[in-house]
Design a protein around this ligand. Structure first.
Ligand code: HEC
Length: 110
């Protein structure tokens, strides 16, 4: 019982490190596509991602797909998998994924 709980906690902690909080680099990259994007929007989008996108499969690191591919992936999840997103959740999720992907892909993994 107890060890099971600890396993879940460490799995979550391990996961979170692959999804760092977005900062100015991610915001700058997101603004190229959506000039209105602000840091709090990307932070909100990351919350949406962690909260709504990991229920059926493991969360996919943003850098796995190019920035311009992500909006279509999210749209497909909405249409084919019936993932419900409020309009502001959709907007910020895409801002987050676009920005985080661009930064992950330009910086070599450490
Ligand atoms: C209701 C279950 C469910 C939820 C919730 C869900 N997905 Fe998926 N997702 C799937 C299934 C099933 C697949 C594999 C089949 C496919 O690619 O359509 C998949 C595949 C994917 C892929 C890989 C697609 C590819 O082209 O390789 C991505 C990226 C993805 N999901 C992103 C997301 C995002 C972003 C969210 C949150 C908005 C999300 N998923 C939420 C069920 C879900």
């Amino acid at each position: 019982m107890r060890s099971g709980f600890l396993l879940v906690v460490s799995a979550l902690a391990g996961c979170a490190s692959a999804f760092p909080l977005p900062g100015s680099a991610e915001v700058g990259a997101a603004k190229l596509r959506d000039p209105a994007a602000r840091e709090q929007d990307l932070v909100h989008g990351r919350d949406v991602y962690l909260g709504k996108c990991g229920g059926c499969h493991l969360l996919i690191e943003p850098g796995k797909f190019a920035s311009d591919v992500w909006p279509g992936k999210v749209e497909r999840m909405q249409q084919e998998q019936r993932v419900h997103l409020e309009p502001d959740e959709l907007r910020d999720l895409v801002r987050y994924l676009v920005g985080a992907s661009a930064v992950a892909r330009e910086a070599p993994h450490t």
